[in-house]
Ligand binder design. Sequence first.
Ligand SMILES: CC(=O)N[C@H]1[C@@H](OP(=O)(O)OP(=O)(O)OC[C@H]2O[C@@H](n3ccc(=O)[nH]c3=O)[C@H](O)[C@@H]2O)O[C@H](CO)[C@@H](O)[C@@H]1O
Ligand SMILES: C=C(OP(=O)(O)O)C(=O)O
Length: 461
Amino acid sequence: MSKIIVRGGRPLKGTVRVHGAKNSVLPILAASLLAEEGVSVIHDVPALDDVTNIIQVLAALGVRAKHDDGTVRLNAGRLTSYDAPYELVRKMRASFLVMGPLLARLGKVRISLPGGCAIGTRPIDQHLKGFEAMGAEIGFGQGAIEARVNGKLRGAKIYLDVASVGATENIMMAAATAVGTTTIENAAKEPEIVDLANFLNAMGGKVRGAGTGVIRIEGVERLTGIEHVVIPDRVEAGTYMVAAAISGGDVYIEGAIRDHLGPVIAKMEEMGVTVEHDENGIRVIANKPLRAVDVKTLPYPGFPTDMQAQMMALLLVAEGTSIVTETVFENRFMHVDEFAKMGAEIKVDGRTAIVAGNAKLAGAQVCATDLRAGAALICAALVADGATEVDGVHHIDRGYVDIVGKLAALGADVYRAPSPEEVLAEAEELSRRPAKLMEVIEEERSAAAEGARVRVQPTLA
Ligand SMILES: CC(=O)N[C@H]1[C@@H](OP(=O)(O)OP(=O)(O)OC[C@H]2O[C@@H](n3ccc(=O)[nH]c3=O)[C@H](O)[C@@H]2O)O[C@H](CO)[C@@H](O)[C@@H]1O
Ligand SMILES: C=C(OP(=O)(O)O)C(=O)O
């Protein structure tokens, strides 16, 4: 496994551009399964492991997909399977989002329970409750869920016990081509839900109310592939805001949308960070001592749980004691033990963490226990004395495109140390190069000879 090595002490300066949102692109790629005709062309697709993974899931179902330089083209005209493979689905939570579209398209689906960050038990009961209300029969066998519907799904009124992002998305997709109207009450309101609704509507769907607690979906006969640009990643943007602030820097985060980051901006301003914005991004300037603040995670528009770990890193260097309450996931404080290795003093009591400020952080060997924990450790390392080695980098690769390159461009002393296996693979690749080069030269020679023959033929004739 590779490691990220950070030497702290350099204020970040400059501009960083955020990529398309991971949590938006994953449901949108799943929704492309609904296009019975046409090609879906999705732009600003981040090159993340999760994206590669969900594209592999789609390919296994018969979708023809091509990912090229931030654009993915998907043709779901002919689906060949209703079985989402276990070895892919287990890797990530969002792969479960193919369940709704497959039920809608094929009337049946087999899918195993999803993986993803180990931040809580993460049940899927609300997704299943929605599908059952729409007429699906659900069974469990050999670690997988099998669901079927007689004919088409039917519109229903569904009240979600928790405003689940994934359940809202899965039900919205299932309902898009159902017979009649579906109402989701206590729906999640995240910007990614709105992006998915915009995508479905552009495909010919009729989704109203996305971004509010009540979403109405009038089922339509069929949906068509269309072109769509994914919204910028608010969590990636928020992470660079924290990185800028913790390092005492001045960074412009290009592409960050102010309205999507309201609570993060509010809390950083309360701490004494200067946050400016224009229509293209957000600038973060940290040139004063920071104050402790209390933070409580909540569904949108509350403070995002996906920013809790990074915010905790920032609170470590504030003056005073802060209280962080995690209400969305029951086990999302695993970064606390890793921060402790760097000298932090944090007491956890259930869903509350008491964070002592003025921490004198020192470089240490730490492990990214999940995606955002990894990002938070990198943020803390930016101000730690000496070098921090962050392990478990595969978690970080799920959600951040080239975090090392982006931070280095802002002036951080950071690099990625490849694992022995990666070094070996690269050496093997290099050793194959001369042979490959000869093949290319040979191919070009024969192409040139063929070209010359074709060119001279007419004159000869
Ligand atoms: C790919 C993606 O978009 N991931 C995001 C999505 O995850 P995800 O969609 O998995 O998160 P949910 O909103 O569903 O989960 C929120 C809470 O609801 C609970 N729950 C959820 C579903 C269910 O059927 N029953 C149930 O009890 C969960 O255990 C959790 O405590 O939203 C989370 C909350 O903002 C973010 O942290 C994740 O980054
Ligand atoms: C928890 C996250 O992702 P996932 O739901 O894909 O595990 C996240 O993005 O922070």
